[in-house]
Design a protein around this ligand. Structure first.
Ligand SMILES: Cc1cc2nc3c(=O)[nH]c(=O)nc-3n(C[C@H](O)[C@H](O)[C@H](O)COP(=O)(O)OP(=O)(O)OC[C@H]3O[C@@H](n4cnc5c(N)ncnc54)[C@H](O)[C@@H]3O)c2cc1C
Length: 503
């Protein structure tokens, strides 16, 4: 496609991306990604200060640099194998935006998620490989959207196409701000709502919480959760560029340590994924970016719309579990506890967690359901898999802490190792099994960052409530029909009674 044509479709979407983006390729470089974030977005950091440039801000820079490295990897032969796919026109585009139509497509996307999970330890919930997010789900149900408004379904298709051609990074905005529960939802002051319908778009007012990666990505996909009592003016699905006029991103306090890579191997290497409260002070959403408005029917299509993102969450956690199992094995080897039967049991439990999650992933792909031309991993396995992943996660993290004994507390800093009167003694007294004292120290710094640090706790909080807390998942599983045929078969076999309705 010609350069001019690409640029014009970008402006049609209303995205105010910097000049040069998408000019000659569907892939961005790391530097193009950085420069695309210098787009006038308004961000207030934890110090109460406006952030003039997210790419140099101490708490945002680490995550951005790590994403930039992923953008750059797309341009290498090795990285391209997993991060890139070929579009119908023969051009390469990010696999994050590959629309799955076959099981092989899902497997390819899974390989991409694996690649990014291993390099981020899965600590970014809205990572570089998140791609279209909810928008692909909206595409899957575009017939239902079109029934209400063909224009909106066209907008979804155009957004997904443009996102793929411009290598956009997205984030999700679903939850509502926490406020006095005694006030009916429709009257809550912070409720995000449309306060003005204009011929050329919608004007939004209110707030959305916890925009993970909002400060480090390009565009959010706003969706309405299935909340009883939701007002029609809050039923909005749309794209929200982070640099929208009137939008302010208020960052939570930082959680990643600003250390060196020996003392803080994870924090210093990957930084942190930001979270922000998004304040919409009469934010104008151009018509082209509206995907659904005042259409309650879409609220009934929860899984069809969210299925691909929920599968993404499950896949990331399955690979994260492999990392936990690998880490457990390293730890017991370095500590020489690997021959103790109970220690082996703990490593086996973590391994079984990883294998169990992968079984859910594979089953969900093998029995994926075709919806609107897209292959959506089967909810029958995605939701129970997600429930299992979240319920077991604290126990798995605790096993890792338990196996470490004093390891994560008897850690010394580089300053302490560098003292002539101390370093040699630490070397002498603290060696591991087959590793030096300092190598063992480095490993436990890594484990601390992954399981105990402030950053690790933020991730743990995230996983627990991400995309539906356990209670919501249980409710969906209860609603499923699977038990009916199982029940029928047991009843028939043993002549068990069928309850009469109303008795
Ligand atoms: C680190 C982090 C990052 C996040 N990132 C994002 C993001 O990028 N995008 C996004 O949309 N959201 C994000 N969230 C928000 C998340 O989606 C919500 O926290 C979640 O949906 C729960 O909603 P709430 O916080 O409003 O909980 P509330 O509704 O206030 O409930 C608080 C708690 O009460 C209990 N509870 C409430 N209602 C019920 C019920 N009906 N049944 C049983 N228990 C109940 C649960 O324990 C629940 O966790 C993030 C959250 C965290 C912690």
């Amino acid at each position: 496609m010609a350069v001019e044509q690409q640029a014009s479709s970008l402006s049609e979407l209303g995205l105010r991306l910097p000049e040069g983006l998408g000019k000659s390729s569907y892939l961005m470089t790391g530097d193009e990604y950085r420069s695309s974030l210098r787009d006038g977005r308004r961000i207030i950091d934890a110090g109460g200060l406006e952030v003039p440039d997210v790419t140099t801000h101490p708490n945002l820079r680490g995550g951005i640099d790590h994403n930039a490295a992923a953008y750059d990897a797309q341009w290498t032969d090795e990285g391209a194998k997993t991060t890139v796919h070929q579009r119908d026109d023969g051009r390469a585009a990010s696999s994050a935006w590959l629309l799955p139509r076959t099981v092989d497509d899902l497997r390819h996307k899974r390989a991409f998620i694996r690649w990014n999970t291993y390099r981020t330890l899965g600590m970014f919930g809205r990572p570089f490989d998140y791609g279209y997010g909810t928008a692909a789900g909206l595409l899957a149900v575009s017939d239902r959207i079109a029934a209400h408004s063909p224009e909106w379904s066209d907008n979804v298709a155009r957004f997904v196409d443009t996102g793929a051609r411009t290598n956009l990074m997205t984030f999700g905005l679903g939850a509502d701000v926490q406020s006095d529960r005694s006030i009916p939802l429709a009257q809550k002051p912070g409720r995000l709502r449309c306060v003005e319908e204009r011929p050329d778009g919608l004007v939004l007012y209110g707030a959305k919480p916890c925009g993970s990666a909002a400060a480090q990505a390009h565009v959010g996909i706003l969706n309405t959760l299935v909340s009883p009592g939701v007002n029609p003016d809050s039923m909005v699905y749309c794209a929200v560029p982070s640099n929208s006029e009137g939008l302010t991103l208020v960052l939570r306090p930082p959680v990643a340590k600003q250390g060196n890579t020996e003392d803080s191997p994870v924090d210093a290497r990957i930084g942190e994924e930001s979270d922000a409260l998004l304040i919409f002070n009469r934010v104008f959403i151009p018509r082209d970016l509206v995907f659904n408005y005042k259409n309650p029917e879409l609220l009934e299509s929860y899984y069809e719309v969210q299925g691909l993102t929920l599968w993404h969450v499950l896949v990331r956690l399955a690979y994260r579990a492999q990392i936990f199992a690998a880490t457990a094995q390293m730890m017991v080897t370095y500590l020489g506890t690997d021959k103790i039967p109970q220690v082996r049991d703990a490593v086996s439990d973590i391994t079984a967690y990883a294998e169990g999650l992968m079984a859910y992933v594979v089953a969900s792909e093998e029995q994926a359901v075709e919806i609107g031309g897209l292959l959506i991993p089967n909810e029958r396995y995605v939701t129970p898999g997600r429930l299992y992943s979240v319920v077991e996660l604290p126990r798995i993290m605790q096993l890792l802490r338990e196996l470490s004994g004093q390891g994560m507390i008897t850690r010394m800093t580089t300053e302490q190792w560098s003292r002539a009167d101390l370093g040699p003694l630490l070397d002498e007294f603290l060696p591991g099994t087959g590793v030096t004292a300092r190598e063992k120290n480095y490993f436990f710094n890594f484990l601390w960052d992954m399981t105990c640090s402030e950053n690790a706790m933020r991730v743990a909080l995230f996983e627990n409530v991400n995309s539906l807390p356990p209670a919501g998942m249980r409710a969906r599983i209860f609603q499923s029909q699977e038990r009916d045929s199982w029940m029928r078969d047991v009843m028939n076999e043993f002549r068990l009674p069928t309850a009469t309705q109303g008795v």
